[in-house]
Write a protein that binds this ligand. Sequence first.
Ligand code: SF4
Length: 753
Amino acid sequence: MAFDLDMIKKVYNNYGPRIEAARKVVGKPLTLTEKILYAHLWEGNATQAHERGITYVDFAPDRVAMQDATAQMALLQFMQAGRPTVAVPSTVHCDHLIQAKIGADIDLETANTQNKEVYDFLASVSNKYGIGFWKPGAGIIHQVVLENYAFPGGMMIGTDSHTPNAGGLGMIAIGVGGADACDVMAGLAWELKFPKLIGVKLSGKLSGWASAKDVILKVAGILTVKGGTGAIVEYFGEGAKSLSATGKGTICNMGAEIGATTSVFGYDDKIATYLKGTERAEIARLADQIKEHLTGDDEVYANPHNHFDQVIEIDLSTLEPHINGPFTPDMAWPLSQFAAAVKENGWPQTLEVGLIGSCTNSSYEDISRAASIAQQAVDNKLVSKAEFTITPGSELVRYTVERDGFLKTFENMGGVVLANACGPCIGQWARHSDDPTRKNSIITSFNRNFKSRNDGNPNTHAFVASPELVTAMTIAGDLAFNPMTDTLTNSAGERVKLEEPQGLEMPIKGFDVEDAGYQAPAKDGSKVNVIVDKKSSRLQLLDSFKAWEGTDIKGLKLLIKAKGKCTTDHISMAGPWLKFRGHLDNISNNMLIGATNFFNDKADTVKNQFNGEYGPVPATARAYKAKGIGSIVVGDENYGEGSSREHAAMEPRHLGVRAILVKSFARIHETNLKKQGMLALTFVDANDYDKIREDDSIDITSLNDFAPAKPLNIVLNHIDGTTDTFNVNHTYNEQQIEWFRAGGALNIIRMNQ
Ligand code: SF4
């Protein structure tokens, strides 16, 4: 049994008292989202201020899930905390590093060789610290979590943006950076801006070609890629209750594409059925006992406009199948309008590849509905015009759909079954193409379709739809085909009209699997060694950062005065650098290489104050560090916006940068800097930015009086002997000042063990 029943019992025991305590404070009916959030307030503190979209609140998540790419740095950091085991149940899933090229078996074998050092590290560190480890080939993180760990009313964080998939089982599940995962595993509170609430009322019932995927494709069209930002989307109504649990998962999964913090459904019979079908009947029994807390209050759903910040209504009975794209998931086209859109916009009409599966759409229901279309192709001598691939989401699903003959059906249609992994969804796809410069179209049942995402080719027009529609379009090989109205010609020259898809929510014979690919951690991990090859270029154990020296910090060299936008991508670029994400020293060679130097308008070209020569930012920082001299980075507005990757804070710390002084910070990056023991400072007067000169040595004074809400002092020592002095602000609280003094938050945790 992989899930932790004792933890769930504890969460449910707290539920009633915590919600009632919160209800007294807020004095109004509660949405489901609010109930789950209030049940997970840090130390049950119902009096924490919480204003939607404004206040940051501390929470205590129940679980952590990590995928293999992001887990590396999260776990290297966790090792610094000095804990014998993780503070909350946690799992690692090897899914992102497997490249799809030939087919499941060979691709998996190749990945096991190419990524051996990463897998050995993840397996051993998981074994040591009580973390469940899902081996390469076991499945994609979100599908595996849905099948094993998600539970109604729970709260989970995961180091992947589609973590919200677990909302399909009624869980608040949120994608985070590795630093947050590390904190929660180390036993710290987790901070989240109290979300705004968007209610989506579903009425009616799906039929025919329409599927759960079409709900989120339509919602994406309404809200656009930014419309859910800072909000949790709560689905309710009779229509919501009619959707299968895995269909709910699909909707929550792709909620990431509207920028939502997460999405969630209330506990209902469909969720109970799925729990029972995946050997978790005991959780359904426990959830039944508190079911009034696992859905929103009646008054909320009767008058949603009074309780949600925004309300959307969708009638499932009239919902048309949708195809979204290209290049953005919110360009939503009802199927009846899609063919005209293809022609009007000049998108390549010939469809070259159809891809089904992924964490978004590889449930038994999805596969069986898609297989019902594939079977019709086989039965009616229709030859598939486009290539076809199938990516099962987990070994549990793969084994079961193979047993039930669906994979054979796909293969008979000419499909290739890929490994249970991310593969083409994240660009891990060695696509065979005769001419990559040709504009071309593909269609997937995945969630993201930004330029170059699937095959790295900017000429590929990627569209997103349900698996059954993808299968039909693949057979036709024509984007203008509408299976609801059009016919196809078979190899005998006969006209064939595809029937509506048919499928089953759950397998009649139940799920089955021989080896799910799970490695339970050692009961006592104290003797387990973590495997890291000292010569590895991809992994490096971390050394703890030095504590503050206890004096003012003087003589810092200006490393770069960044001009304009400086996102975490500018600070720590992705792309080819991602292979070094477990090796701090190597990945630090990308530090700030995307930032524009104010003094010459060039990227990655800064002056070394010792020899006057211009060189790359990382090399210049290393030169200062080699002389034992610290440096400082100056930046513009909203410094560090973008993804929350912790490398953007760790790299400067590693290369000797002591402070980041900017006009304003993106909040998450500011917090990440604090956690690494850096000084994150803002100009009191933004015009002081103009006083910073290229050859400045900079002092940060009054550090012995460092206190919340009390400005610090900066002295600019110009090369001509003159100085400028001004105050700078900070947002450190008492605890964060302790982090600075100790050299980082993890140093404090370790000291307190
Ligand atoms: S299948 Fe795609 S969306 Fe899902 S976890 Fe993998 S990369 Fe992310």
